[in-house]
Design a protein around this ligand. Structure first.
Ligand SMILES: [Zn+2]
Ligand SMILES: [Zn+2]
Length: 431
C-alpha cells in the first residue's frame, strides 16, 4: 500500500479496515482453533485414512456456508470454495491432514493413545509433524474469511489434503492425486499458499525462503544378488554382503566427490540393509533401501543416474547381480520468486518484521511441490517452539516428543488470512 499516492487512497483504507476485521476475528476464534487442534491431536489418522478428520472439516466448511464443498477427493480430501461478494482472482490455501506411525511420548491430557495397522504392522499414531495444527489453522482461516465474504475481492479455495507423509504401500494419494482429481480446476487458482509448523523456530515467528526451499525426496531400493555358500568357503559363492558394503561406501562418493555441492546441496542415505540369517552362511542376496534429496531437478536426475551406475558397476566388479529401483516421490518445493517477494511485506506486517526470518533450505520434503508445479506457490514456516526454549534443543517434527506451543497457531491463521486478502486485492503486483 502506498499512502503517498492519492489515487490509491480509497484502496488504502479498505484493506486496512479489512485487516483490522481479520485480526479481531482471529482473536475471537483462537479458543476454538486450540480446541479443534487438541481434538484432532487426540484422534490422529494415518494417510488415506483421515475419515474422522475430513468429516470434521467438511462439516465445518458446510456450516460456514461455502459455495462448494467437495469430499472424497484423493480418498479423504476436502476442497471448499468460498466466493467473495466482489469479483477478483482465486487463492488456494492448503492444509495436510495425516498423522504418522509414531507412538506419542509427550505428557499431555490430549496425547494420542491411538494404535492402528500400517503396512501390516501394529503402530502408535501421532500428529508428530503438526498436521493437526495445519487443519485447525485452515479451519479457522475459513471461518474468518467466510465472515468477511461481503468484502472479499475474489474466491478462496480451501484444500484439505490427505497423505502428505505418503500413502500406505500400494496406494496412491496426496497432493498429486488431488490434482489429478481436479482440486486445482474450476476455478484454477492464481496462487497457492501453505504453511508448516516447525520446531526450528520459536512461537511468534515466521520462516520463509524464495526459490528452492525443501528438497526433492526419492526412494530407492538396491538388490545385490550373489550366490549362497558356506561362510567358511566364500570362494564357492558370490558374497552380496561384502558387495553391498562396497556399494554403501561407493554411493557416499556421489555427493562427496561427484556433484557440485556449491550449486545446491544433496543427500544420499542408505537407511536399511537386510541380508543373511546366520553367522556361517553367505546369503544369496542383500537388499538396501535409501533416500535421495536434492534442490535442483537437473541434479536430481543426475544423481539418480549415478546411484544406478555406481551400484551396478561395483556389483559387476564383484561378479554379483544388481537391481536398482528408484522411485520418484516428491519434487523440489520451489517458492515462486515473484510471489515470495510480493507477499513478504504481508508476512512482515502480520508477524512484525523482526519476527520474519529468512531460513536455510530444508532437506525434508513436501508434496506441496506438486501444487507449485501447476500454480505459483508460497510455502512458509510457522514457529511452535515455546519462546523460553532454544529451538535447537526442541524435539524436531516426527519425534515422539514433538511439541506444539499453541500460542503460535493464531499467527498461522493471520498469515494465511492476510496473505489471501492482500493477494486478492493486489494480484497485479505479481506482474
Ligand atoms: Zn512430516
Ligand atoms: Zn509435515
Amino acid at each position: 500500500m502506498n499512502s503517498n499516492n492519492p489515487s490509491r487512497g480509497a484502496c488504502a483504507t479498505a484493506p486496512s479496515s479489512l485487516a483490522a476485521t481479520i485480526d479481531a476475528a482471529v482473536a475471537q476464534i483462537e479458543p476454538a482453533l486450540i480446541a479443534w487442534r487438541r481434538d484432532l491431536h487426540e484422534h490422529p489418522e494415518l494417510g488415506n485414512r483421515e475419515f474422522r478428520t475430513s468429516g470434521i472439516v467438511a462439516k465445518h466448511l458446510a456450516e460456514l456456508g461455502l459455495d462448494e464443498v467437495r469430499t472424497g477427493v484423493a480418498h479423504t480430501g476436502v476442497v471448499g470454495l468460498l466466493k467473495g461478494a466482489l469479483p477478483g482472482p482465486v487463492v488456494a490455501l492448503r492444509a495436510d491432514m495425516d498423522a504418522l506411525p509414531v507412538e506419542e511420548r509427550v505428557d499431555l491430557p490430549f496425547a494420542s493413545k491411538v494404535r492402528t495397522q500400517w503396512n501390516g504392522e501394529d503402530v502408535g499414531v501421532m500428529h508428530a509433524c503438526g498436521h493437526d495444527a495445519h487443519v485447525a489453522i485452515l479451519m479457522a482461516v475459513a471461518s474468518v474469511l467466510a465472515a468477511a465474504r461481503s468484502r472479499l475481492q475474489g474466491s478462496v479455495k480451501f484444500i484439505f489434503q490427505p497423505a502428505e507423509e505418503l500413502p500406505p504401500e500400494g496406494e496412491e494419494g496426496g497432493a498429486k492425486l488431488m490434482i489429478e482429481q481436479g482440486a486445482l480446476e474450476n476455478p484454477v487458482p492464481d496462487a497457492i499458499f501453505g504453511l508448516h509448523v516447525t520446531s526450528r523456530l520459536p512461537a511468534g515467528t515466521i520462516g520463509y525462503r524464495s526459490g528452492p526451499t525443501m528438497a526433492s525426496a526419492d526412494r530407492f531400493r538396491i538388490n545385490v544378488v550373489g550366490r549362497q555358500t558356506h561362510g567358511a568357503m566364500p570362494w564357492f559363492g558370490v558374497d552380496p554382503i561384502v558387495t553391498a558394503a562396497q556399494v554403501v561406501l561407493g554411493l557416499q562418493t556421489i555427493v562427496s566427490r561427484q556433484v557440485d555441492i556449491a550449486q545446491e546441496p544433496a543427500v544420499v542415505t542408505i537407511g536399511a540393509i537386510k541380508g543373511g540369517n546366520r553367522e556361517n552362511i553367505i546369503p544369496d542376496s542383500v537388499e538396501m533401501r535409501g533416500t535421495i534429496r536434492t534442490f535442483d531437478e537437473g541434479m536430481r536426475d543426475d544423481i539418480h543416474e549415478r546411484v544406478k551406475g555406481t551400484a551396478e558397476a561395483i556389483a559387476k566388479a564383484a561378479r554379483a547381480g544388481c537391481e536398482v529401483c528408484i522411485r520418484k516421490d516428491y519434487p523440489v518445493t520451489v517458492n515462486d520468486a515473484q510471489l515470495t517477494e510480493a507477499m513478504l511485506p504481508t508476512l512482515e506486517r502480520v508477524a512484525g518484521a523482526a519476527n520474519v526470518k529468512l531460513v536455510p533450505k530444508v532437506t525434508g520434503s513436501e508434496d506441496f511441490s506438486f501444487f507449485q508445479h501447476v500454480v505459483p506457490g508460497l510455502f512458509f514456516f510457522v514457529g511452535v517452539t515455546p519462546v523460553a526454549q532454544d529451538p535447537r534443543t526442541a524435539a524436531p517434527n516426527h519425534s515422539p516428543l514433538f511439541f506444539v506451543d499453541e500460542g503460535g497457531l493464531a499467527l498461522g491463521v493471520r498469515a494465511l488470512a492476510h496473505a489471501t486478502c492482500d493477494f486478492l486485492e493486489a494480484p497485479r503486483s505479481l506482474g
